[in-house]
Design a protein around this ligand. Structure first.
Ligand SMILES: Cc1cc2nc3c(=O)[nH]c(=O)nc-3n(C[C@H](O)[C@H](O)[C@H](O)COP(=O)(O)OP(=O)(O)OC[C@H]3O[C@@H](n4cnc5c(N)ncnc54)[C@H](O)[C@@H]3O)c2cc1C
Length: 440
């Protein structure tokens, strides 16, 4: 189940932190969010260090599809109508700026960075695509409306963003990480909050810091910020296919459970089946059967799965962890678009630490209103799973775990923690194993 990225990249290794230290900024988590933030802070002359629980990029980042685009489904119409022009423009500009920063940083890194258009299509809702095209025109962005695509099936309508990009994310991360002060196999178990300096507890050693950035995918401090109320996780499945026709652009269905396509070398990366972690959906076998209908000669070179945090309003949480913790920051909730959004996060966090203005600060502020319909869905899901009688419970907040047949894992529908059959932790927010061996 190794991703094509892991099969085709070698990441540098870093030492474990062996003695307590002090730093100006501590970054917790060595995925793209943490690495990019550390890189931009270092460029800005800020002294920082990054700690990673395992090896860098061992979380969501190594299982991504690695498209770099500001087109995240059909979001601009909704953003414009519900949030207003300023917010919609801030989202677009933050992600276009992120794309430009990737272009700048990738120049010196051998990471298969390739310019490509991105296309979002709808199978059945032409009106929705037209509305999105109008919203983008209102924002001054020229996206091309079309009913023809290079896909092997018909669509109702599609919208094309020009000059976006894709890359090999781990080769890119390796190029970035080599410049940074990183400690691997150094998990943070908790943070002692205080005025002035804070202390991160890494077991035998402690790290004191003026500012701490939590870039752990799902944040691990429950008593501040209410992230366990504000987010759930969505899981999807991916295949790297040989002997399948390449696509002329990156493609994705606007529906959460739809399909995704991009090229990588001589392979087609194909996936889909998005569903709330802990629920049932399409997995590899179904996806392979669909692809085989178009490409009978295909060979599967790799298959893997991934999950990401979904927020109440589908906008990331980037900024101060909570109003009561002004020196504790967070970058999370990327809604399956965390390649560009993690760069947007790094840019915003750098500006916040430097006291600079950033047009996306308000949009991404984690303290914004939580009064959204998704809050009720999350609350209902948690209540149902807390009340489900079973001995297999998630150590995060006690929800009933559900068996994932495709991946042979125990998954939590409340917040997306996952465990092996034997109870070993695979995905956070739980931060330790669920030891009880399941009955056969
Ligand atoms: C199927 C799928 C496809 C996707 N494709 C795309 C795409 O094409 N384009 C796009 O923009 N986005 C995509 N995304 C989203 C994107 O991959 C993620 O949002 C992004 O990789 C998240 O990076 P991160 O650094 O925030 O998290 P992670 O990569 O998960 O990094 C967090 C790190 O923190 C570490 N950590 C956790 N707890 C601790 C602790 N207590 N102490 C120390 N370290 C800790 C973890 O080990 C991990 O390495 C996709 C998501 C999915 C689910």
């Amino acid at each position: 189940m190794e991703s094509i990225w892991k099969k085709t990249a070698a990441l540098p290794q870093f030492p474990t932190l062996e003695e307590s230290v002090h730093t100006d900024v501590l970054i917790i988590g060595g995925g793209l969010s943490g690495l990019l933030t550390a890189y931009l802070l270092k460029e800005a002359g800020i002294r920082c260090l990054l700690v990673e629980a395992g090896r860098i990029c061992s979380g969501t980042t190594h299982n991504t599809t690695a498209k770099i685009t500001s087109q995240h489904g059909l979001i601009y119409h909704k953003l414009l109508r519900q949030g207003g022009r300023e917010r919609a423009a801030a989202y677009l500009s933050a992600n276009q700026q992120a794309l430009a920063e990737y272009r700048r940083l990738a120049e010196g890194i051998d990471c298969a960075f390739t310019q490509a258009d991105n296309v979002v299509y709808s199978l059945d809702d032409r009106e929705k695509v037209l509305r999105e095209a109008e919203a983008l025109a209102e924002l001054g962005f020229s996206a091309e409306y079309t009913e023809q695509t290079g896909l092997p099936f018909a669509v109702a309508a599609a919208l094309r963003f020009p000059q976006q990009a894709h890359f090999q994310p781990l080769q890119f991360a390796a190029g970035i990480a080599q410049h940074l002060r990183i400690y691997e196999n150094t998990p943070v178990h908790g943070i002692k909050l205080g005025q002035g300096s804070m202390t991160a507890d890494c077991g035998r050693v402690k790290i004191s810091a003026e500012n701490i950035i939590i870039a752990t995918h799902f944040p691990f401090i429950n008593r501040r910020g209410g992230y366990f109320l504000k987010m759930y996780q969505m899981r999807s499945y991916l295949l790297a296919l040989k002997n399948a026709a390449p696509v002329d652009a990156m493609y994705v269905d606007e529906a959460d459970d739809g399909l995704t396509f991009r090229n990588y070398g001589d392979m087609l990366l194909f996936g889909g089946g998005g569903h709330r972690t802990g629920k049932q959906g399409m997995a590899w076998d179904e996806l392979e059967a669909i692809a085989r209908g178009w490409y009978p000669q295909l060979e599967v070179a790799a298959r893997w799965a991934n999950q990401d945090c979904i927020t109440l309003d589908r906008i990331p949480y980037i900024g101060r962890y909570s109003p009561a913790t002004p020196q504790l920051f967070v970058a999370t909730g990327y809604n399956c678009w965390g390649i560009s959004n993690s760069m947007a996060a790094a840019l915003l966090l750098r500006d916040l630490l430097l006291g600079r203005e950033n047009a996306a600060a308000q949009l991404f502020d984690p303290a914004r209103s939580i009064l959204k319909p998704q809050l009720l869905v999350n609350a209902a899901e948690s209540t149902l799973n807390l009340l489900t009688p079973t001995t297999r419970r998630c150590p995060h907040l006690g929800c009933a775990l559900k068996w994932n047949e495709a991946e042979q894992s125990w998954d939590c529908p409340c917040h997306g923690s996952r465990f092996t059959k034997a109870g070993k932790l695979i995905n956070n927010p739980a931060n330790h194993d669920w030891y009880k061996a399941p009955r056969a």
